[in-house]
Design a protein around this ligand. Structure first.
Ligand SMILES: CC(C)(COP(=O)(O)OP(=O)(O)OC[C@H]1O[C@@H](n2cnc3c(N)ncnc32)[C@H](O)[C@@H]1OP(=O)(O)O)[C@@H](O)C(=O)NCCC(=O)NCCS
Length: 162
């Protein structure tokens, strides 16, 4: 898979665009979030954000959902369509979200990940996240520990746009 140098990372602009996120969720997770979950999440304006990685023709290849809570970035969901993985899309999304979080006032970032999710753990550690705690049997279907990762020291830049 060649690197997707030409993708753009853009925020969700309407509730209809949640369809793109749901398609990637369904292809990526055993227990995908539903439309209702995303709609109620996005209702939390100023906190909840979703960005999508799109090709120049508009095809959605990946997404990241996140919260900004005070000075913390909470990276909630990140996924790339199976046929487009290992081409840098996940990295582009993380890079974009870290920069957006800085502009929105975050100074540190956290996320939870299944202990067995080597691909995601490798990606996050490449972006400076460190394992700081374990939540035993946090996940169900299948039951599994969660690793809690943090990255401190996001540079501070002020802005109001995600
Ligand atoms: C995790 C995920 C988002 C990565 O997206 P991606 O676009 O494939 O990631 P990238 O191409 O930017 O990979 C960046 C680095 O992450 C690591 N990585 C990514 N996929 C990997 C894999 N399958 N095995 C090992 N390392 C992997 C590598 O270090 C990779 O760099 P490299 O390709 O130069 O070796 C993707 O695998 C995915 O959607 N998984 C299912 C959903 C999921 O588990 N999300 C995370 C929830 S916390």
């Amino acid at each position: 898979m060649p690197p997707h140098a030409d993708i753009v990372i853009v925020p969700i602009e309407s509730l209809e665009q949640i369809d793109d996120v749901l398609a990637i969720e369904d292809a990526s997770f055993i227990n995908p979030w539903t439309r209702q979950m995303y709609e109620s999440d996005l209702a939390n304006r100023g906190v909840s954000h979703i960005v999508v990685a799109r090709t120049p023709s508009g095809e959605a290849l990946g997404f990241c959902s996140f919260w900004i809570v005070l000075d913390e970035l909470h990276l909630n969901n990140l996924a790339v369509l199976p046929g487009h993985r290992r081409a840098g899309v996940g990295s582009r999304l993380v890079e974009h979200v870290l920069a957006a979080a800085c502009r929105l006032g975050a100074t540190k970032a956290t996320l939870e990940v299944r202990r067995s999710n080597d691909a995601a753990i490798r990606l996050y550690t490449r972006w400076g996240f460190l394992v700081s705690a374990v939540r035993r049997q946090y996940y169900s279907q299948p039951v599994e520990d969660a690793l809690i990762l943090w990255r401190d020291g996001l540079p501070q830049i002020s802005s109001t746009r995600a």
